[in-house]
Design a protein. Structure first.
Length: 71
């Protein structure tokens, strides 16, 4: 899975919550892996690592800021 292509058209600076929800969906797609591509992608958008991203999503979900489809 090409994460950069999957996220094309989403901009974290324009809509952070929409971007984060879309990235969360990507994690659940067939062919996704927590490899170097994901690491570099997270770093490009300001997350030091995958763990930091997952913590952010969990907080947002708990606060009701984003709706995440259940898989």
């Amino acid at each position: 899975m090409n994460l950069w292509e999957y996220m094309e058209g989403y901009d974290r600076e324009l809509d952070e919550n929409e971007f984060d929800a879309r990235l969360w969906e990507a994690i659940h797609e067939p062919g996704f892996s927590f490899g170097d591509e994901f690491t570099y992608f997270c770093m490009a958008y300001g997350f030091a690592d995958a763990h930091e991203f997952l913590q952010t999503i969990r907080r947002k979900k708990t606060m009701g800021k984003i709706i995440i489809k259940e898989f």
